[in-house]
Every structure is written in C-alpha cells, then in structure tokens.
Design a protein around this ligand. Structure first.
Ligand SMILES: Nc1ncnc2c1ncn2[C@@H]1O[C@H](COP(=O)(O)OP(=O)(O)OP(=O)(O)O)[C@@H](O)[C@H]1O
Ligand SMILES: [Mg+2]
Length: 303
C-alpha cells in the first residue's frame, strides 16, 4: 500500500502567522543562528535578492553568485534535546514572509514516528515527500516558497549502525540526495531543513552537501536566567532567588543542566500544578520543583 502525501506530512503551516511569530520570538539564545539562517534562507528562497545585490555592488551578476544558486538547498540543525531546533525550523521563515510580503509554506515530515522499522519504508517516505514538494514548487513557480522540515532526521543515520540495515539506509540517503539535487537543478524555491540530535552520526554524504550546519546547545547561566524571568513573569522573585534558580538549573555537579524545554514545559507545569488550586507560586515552590524534576539527560547518555 502506498503512502499518500496527506499521511506523510503534518498539517502545512503557512507563514506569516501570529502563533509562529510568538514561538519564534520566545526563543532565547539563538540570535547568532537566527541572523545567519535568515540570510541563508532568504537567498535560497529568493535568489534574485543576491543578483540584485551583486548588480548594485559590482555592476554585474558575479560568477560567484551563479555558483551559489546551484548549492544544494539544505540546512542542518543539530544538537541537544529541547534546544529549539524544531521550533526554529518551523517558524523562522515568518520574518522572511513578512519582510517580502509573500507566503512561505512549511511542510513537515517526521522520520522517527513515521518511518520506523519497515524495510523500504524510509526510502519510500522520502521519495514521496520530495515528489510532492517538487510538484508543488513547480506549480507555483516561486510565488510561494516552500520549506521542508525533516524532523528527527537521526533516523536516517541511526539505521546505519545496524549493518543489516545498511542497504536500506543508503537507499534512504540516496533518495534524499536525489531530491535535494533535483530542487537545486531546477532552481525551485524550496529549502530543506533537517533536524537531528546526532549531527555527528548523520551520513557524511548528506553533511557534505549542506549549505550550512547550525549547532544547538543547552542554555548557559544568562540564558536560563532570561528564560526563568520570562516564564515566571508576574511572580515576585528577588535577585538572590533568581541566582539560586540559575545555579540549581545549571550542571550543579551533574555534568549537564536543564534544557530549554525542561524549563518551559516541565518546570512551568509542575510548579503551577503544585500551587494550584489554593496557593500562589513562590520562589520556594519553584526551587522544590527544580529539585524534584532533574534535567533530561543529553541524547548520547540515553543509550
Ligand atoms: N532556545 C529556546 N528558548 C526558549 N525556549 C525554548 C528554546 N528551545 C526550546 N524551547 C522550548 O522548548 C520547547 C521544545 O523545543 P523544540 O521542540 O523546538 O526543541 P528540539 O531542539 O526540537 O528538541 P528535540 O531534540 O527533543 O526534538 C519549545 O516549545 C520551547 O517552549
Ligand atoms: Mg525537535
């Protein structure tokens, strides 16, 4: 039985979108990635911008610009769990859509949940995903750029570790490379973002082709401080109490501190539920929830 596009993609996200903007704005500590990513994405999705720049600066479209136009439209996000990879991939183009008054459509494919185990499944999934994307991009000829988010892309690498899966894995990797090359050859307005917890384990053939790779990590002291201040906005916390929370959510003898999502999802929920229904949130309550909910171990130490 073949997989239909409706089954392999989550719902499309059309940008600009107010919720996407809120999710994007709430990301802390990613400004260096955001700046570079926006430039990369802008010139991949709208190559004419680079030509205009070259003409303005050099009086001609430089050969270098032509070379850039044929780069594989692939960007890799790699790094620790709960550090904003998926959120950034799904929302960053909101800024591009607003600035250029266009709609950017985000199509999302998750490999870990959809392609597990069945031989041939992953190759078929990737093949169908690219067929759909390429047909859609050809039909709208750059009027509505597309972003394909391939989330949990470690599935493409992980299977390589089991030698009996080697052949299937290569086929999946090849299907991906074929799809990306086709998009580059036709100069379609499509950008592929792969998110993975294991950049190192990603197939070298894919890594080598990426236009850029961005590394995501857990929040440092000042980033945890910024997140804590935001999530507990409205709760009276002294500077000393914030400093204590920053210390307790840091490595604190464990070797790793809290991830962003440990703070924004788990700590927020457990603290509010501890206070609900008849007490206010206090610093002491947050501190005891921090102690009761240790941070998620880094991906590599989960095995
Ligand atoms: N840099 C950040 N700043 C603020 N909040 C963040 C950041 N990164 C993640 N979060 C919070 O954590 C939640 C999960 O983030 P997200 O799913 O994007 O992480 P991820 O890197 O894709 O994780 P995983 O590797 O587990 O898939 C987000 O909804 C957001 O609330
Ligand atoms: Mg993710």
């Amino acid at each position: 039985m073949s997989t239909t596009p409706a089954e392999i993609f989550d719902d499309d996200l059309d940008l600009p979108d107010p919720l996407a903007l809120r999710r994007y704005t709430a990301l802390v500590g990613l400004d260096h990635i955001k700046t570079r990513l926006l430039k990369e994405a802008e010139v991949i999705l709208k190559p004419s911008l680079l030509e205009d720049w070259s003409t303005a600066m050099h009086g001609a479209v430089l050969p270098a610009v032509r070379l850039m136009a044929h780069r594989p439209p692939l960007i890799i996000f790699s790094g620790d769990v709960g550090t904003g990879k998926t959120t950034l991939a799904e929302t960053f183009a909101d800024a591009i859509a607003r600035e250029h008054h266009i709609t950017v459509r985000v199509k999302r494919l998750s490999l870990r949940t959809r392609g597990s185990g069945i031989v041939g499944e992953m190759t078929r999934l990737i093949g169908t995903a690219f067929d759909t994307i390429i047909a859609e991009a050809r039909a709208n000829r750059g009027r509505r750029p597309l972003i394909l988010v391939i989330d949990e892309a470690d599935a493409l690498a992980q299977s390589r570790e089991a030698s009996q899966m080697h052949h299937e894995d290569r086929a999946g990797v090849n299907a991906l490379i074929r799809g990306i090359s086709q998009i580059a050859a036709e100069e379609l307005a499509v950008l592929v973002i792969m998110c993975t917890n294991r950049g190192d384990a990603l197939d070298p053939a894919i890594r080598r082709r990426a236009a850029a790779e961005f590394d995501f990590s857990r929040p440092d002291d000042s980033q945890r401080g910024a997140v804590l201040a935001r999530i507990f906005d409205g709760v009276t916390l002294s500077e000393g109490e914030i400093a204590t929370l920053v210390r307790l959510t840091g490595p604190n003898g464990r070797g790793y501190g809290f991830t962003y999502s440990d703070l924004t999802d788990r700590l927020v929920a457990s603290t509010c539920l501890a206070a609900y229904p008849d007490q206010p949130v206090t610093a002491q309550m947050i501190i005891s929830q921090v102690k009761a909910n240790p941070p998620t171990p880094p991906f590599t130490s989960r095995h």
